[in-house]
Design a protein around this ligand. Structure first.
Ligand code: GLA
Length: 386
């Protein structure tokens, strides 16, 4: 645990006292169900071993202090002015979570926090959700209040929507808070009902690759996509009573698609077909049909590329080089897109060669390197007394 010892030393050097607690919340992959969470669809994310760690102690003052690994300086959040940190470059996610907890009546206590985020930023592995959920857990634990992880996921999403200004869905925060070792979470984003599905891939593994083109949801077309699907829903509601786009089967959609045109039609078609693929993917996982799961991953990527238009040349290159590998069953971008990561299903024995060849082909085509991560699926949240 070299990194924990090191982090504790950084904490002590920064704050002049020992950390008393370590809180972690995970980044995530999403097996399938992309850009459907905000349309009431089902998603299938899983929490990763890459997580945001917060080393913490109470400071007896009315301030939350934040040190971030790799960033100089201490950020101070006054507990009485939590609504005034929206424009911070760093610390606004934490301030948003603290602000909403306080609004809910949680008696926050002052604390010193050191963030060591092992989820690469802007990678599509939900570093922001990991930071939000870990912060929410840390602040509740230090305040000595009981909490429900599902509620903290919702509060974290609200912080991102209303405080940070990214209109994200619930998938990332839910996976981070509720993830379970070796399982994916089949989450119905309309009702928040969920079920754990064992992520058993037999002789296959999921390889995560970062195309290293940074993305930022606030600056990307993410919010535009949300508006486009809302427009589609409004138009469809002229002729059909429907709560959300995800309620439509492909057959229902065929009957109403004459109402839509251009980009709006393509976006809605992606949502409906992706929801259908989630069903098929869960079936494939439950019956151990990994070949079929791989096919569905490929279909998902093509749809995100051609209909939802959120891939870009980097993610397309990375997933298409992966697909050319004989031991790879399927590959797709995950998360918001516009940069970030892919997942590929690769035979365990072929992983090293896969990484070497896909890495080289990507470098030759794009001009900079992709990163590959050795990942495992873990519990979303941990709390440790140091
Ligand atoms: C981002 C958002 C999620 C979800 C995905 C796309 O990760 O935070 O809510 O919309 O994009 O599936």
């Amino acid at each position: 645990m070299v990194c924990i010892t090191e982090a504790k030393e950084v904490f002590k050097a920064g704050y002049g006292a020992e950390a008393t607690h370590l809180f972690t919340a995970a980044g995530r992959i999403n097996v399938i169900g992309e850009h459907v969470d905000y349309c009431g669809g089902k998603v299938l994310p899983a929490a990763l071993n890459l997580c945001c760690k917060i080393f913490a102690r109470k400071n007896g003052e009315k301030v939350i202090r934040i040190l971030l690994k790799g960033i100089d300086g201490v950020i101070e959040l006054d507990l009485d002015k939590l609504d005034s940190y929206k424009d911070l470059k760093y610390g606004n996610y934490q301030a948003g979570v603290a602000y909403l907890l306080k609004e809910k009546g949680v008696g926050l206590v002052g604390c010193d926090l050191y963030y060591d985020c092992g989820v690469p930023f802007g990678s599509g592995l939900s570093s922001s959700a990991a930071i939000e959920v870990a912060t929410a857990v840390a602040l509740c634990e230090l305040a000595g209040v009981s909490y429900d992880k599902k509620e903290l996921a919702l509060l974290s999403q609200k912080a991102e929507n209303e405080y940070v200004g990214v209109n994200c869905g619930i998938m990332d925060q839910f996976a981070s808070a509720m993830g379970k070792k070796e399982h994916a979470v089949l989450l119905d984003c309309a009702t928040l009902e969920y079920e754990y599905v064992p992520l058993e891939l037999g002789e296959y593994r999921i390889v995560v690759a970062n195309c290293n083109k940074p993305h930022n949801l606030k600056e990307s077309k993410y919010n535009v996509r949300r508006q486009e699907v809302e427009t589609a829903l409004k138009l469809i509601r002229q002729v059909k009573e429907v709560g959300c786009l995800a309620e439509l089967t492909p057959k229902d959609f065929n009957e109403v698609k004459y109402l839509l045109s251009g980009a709006v039609a393509k976006r809605a078609e992606h949502v409906v077909m992706e929801c259908d693929r989630v069903k098929q993917a869960v079936e494939a996982l439950k019956t151990g049909d990994i070949v079929e799961l791989g096919r569905l991953l490929n279909e998902s990527h093509y749809s995100l590329r051609d209909l939802y238009e959120v891939t870009g040349k980097e993610l397309d290159a990375l997933s298409s080089f992966a697909r050319k590998e004989p031991e790879c069953l399927g590959s797709r971008m995950i998360g918001a897109g516009f940069g970030g990561c892919t997942i590929s299903i690769v035979k365990k024995t072929a992983v090293d060669g896969f990484i070497r060849r896909v890495g080289k082909a990507y470098f030759d085509a794009i001009g900079y390197r992709a990163s590959f991560y050795e990942t495992s699926i873990e519990d979303g949240v941990t709390v440790t007394q140091l």
